[in-house]
Design a protein around this ligand. Structure first.
Ligand code: KG4
Ligand code: ZN
Length: 362
């Protein structure tokens, strides 16, 4: 198989992103361009993403972003082998904008369309930065998602566990808000936690000792927010931030270690690979704890650079290119889906998801 050059479009939340990725015959990706237009400023006054504002903002810039991504790659529409667009899960108005743009390009140029699951994009994202062979264990941890997946290949992800209430990033953001930090609270909370005493306050340790790989952050979030309201001094606030960060990182590492045990029983004797993706992977304490779990269980550790951790279109283009090479293209009437679990079987069996800050995602 020769190289495939694919345009990716991502509009499922509050970033309008476009990228061009070339996948060579050996399955090695090269990101030719990857650009993002953030709507953060438009949503900031509301303290969260407003779906109508998001959809309108995507309409205004999606065509410009596509043209810019092609220009930065030094390519034209005629150089594309396919166009990939996020078809869900996400805020439906925005998803429809990007998917319609993808369909229009596919129809006008007579090239295949690939309707990509946003979660599959995240699941494959570690492969953008470094060679990472299938299969691997993935923790996807962002503002909208928190799940542990076995990634066997494109179109073959098995969900081992998922949050039963909030996503980890959502917990960071809400505790940050209670501490008076600007949105999104995660990065600001990490800074505040420096010099804090993580031991001073005890927070609930949810689901500890449970045999599955599910997460729960809502009890911890409420308890930390209550502590934040009672914090008087800067040191109090630092200590609450440190305790919250340690509790979230601790739960992520504990559940991941459990999944590693499960994975190694299944894949014993082979190379054990672990990767983390999503915005929360930027957190130093989270990384440290996950690296320790990986070391302890004999796993290699991969974390994509932040630009590929947070929402981007390069991961959508990569999923599209891998799908194209596997012959998995989509019809031009592919539907936009607000909910679209990656592992439909597991989701039907154990529907653990509750709608999050950014809407119903998985
Ligand atoms: O992947 P992402 O950009 O968006 C979603 O698709 O959700 O992740 C954003 C989330 C936010 O909740 C943000 O607070 C969190 O990632 N985040 C962090 C840090 N940087 C970003 N959380 C904790 N510590 C950080 N340094
Ligand atoms: Zn995402």
């Amino acid at each position: 198989m020769g190289a495939s050059t694919v345009l990716g479009i991502e509009t499922s939340c509050d970033e309008t992103a476009a990228a061009v990725v070339r996948l060579d015959g050996a399955g090695r990706p090269e990101v030719l361009s990857s650009i993002i237009s953030s709507q953060a400023a438009a949503h900031a006054p509301y303290g969260g993403v407003v779906p109508e504002i998001a959809a309108r903002a995507h309409v205004e810039v999606v065509d410009v972003m596509v043209l810019r991504a092609l220009a930065e790659a030094g390519l034209g529409f005629a150089d594309l082998d396919a166009v990939a667009a996020t078809a869900g899960p996400g805020l439906i108005g925005g998803v429809m904008v990007g998917l319609s743009a993808g369909k229009a390009i596919a129809m006008a140029r007579g090239i295949p369309l690939i309707a990509v699951n946003h979660l599959e994009g995240h699941a494959l994202s570690p492969r953008l930065a470094e060679p990472l062979a299938y299969p691997y264990l993935l923790l996807l941890v962002s503002g909208g998602h928190c799940q542990l997946l076995i990634v066997d290949g494109v179109g073959a992800c098995e969900r081992l566990g998922s949050t039963i209430d909030d996503a980890a990033g959502e917990a960071f953001d809400k505790i940050g808000k209670a501490l008076g930090l600007p949105y999104p609270g995660g990065p600001a909370l990490e800074t505040l936690a420096e010099g804090g005493d993580a031991e001073r306050f005890a927070l609930p340790r949810a689901l500890l000792g449970r045999k599955d790989c599910d997460f729960s952050f809502s009890g911890l979030k409420t308890a930390a927010a209550r502590l934040a309201e009672g914090a008087r001094t800067l040191q109090d606030r630092r200590d609450v931030a440190a305790a919250a960060q340690a509790a979230i990182a601790g739960q992520l590492a504990e559940r991941t270690a459990r999944a590693m045990g499960l994975y190694s029983r299944r894949h014993g004797g082979t190379s054990l690979r672990f990767a983390v993706a999503g915005g929360v992977a930027a957190n130093g304490e989270v990384r440290r704890r996950l690296m320790a779990s990986a070391r302890e269980h004999g796993f290699s550790f991969a974390a994509p650079p932040l630009a590929y951790c947070t929402d981007n279109a390069a991961m959508i283009a990569l999923a599209g290119a891998e799908r194209l090479q596997a012959g998995l293209t989509s019809p031009l009437d592919a539907a936009a889906r607000p909910r679209w679990p990656l592992d439909e079987a597991a989701a039907a069996e154990r529907p653990t998801h509750a709608p999050g800050r950014k809407g119903a995602k998985a």
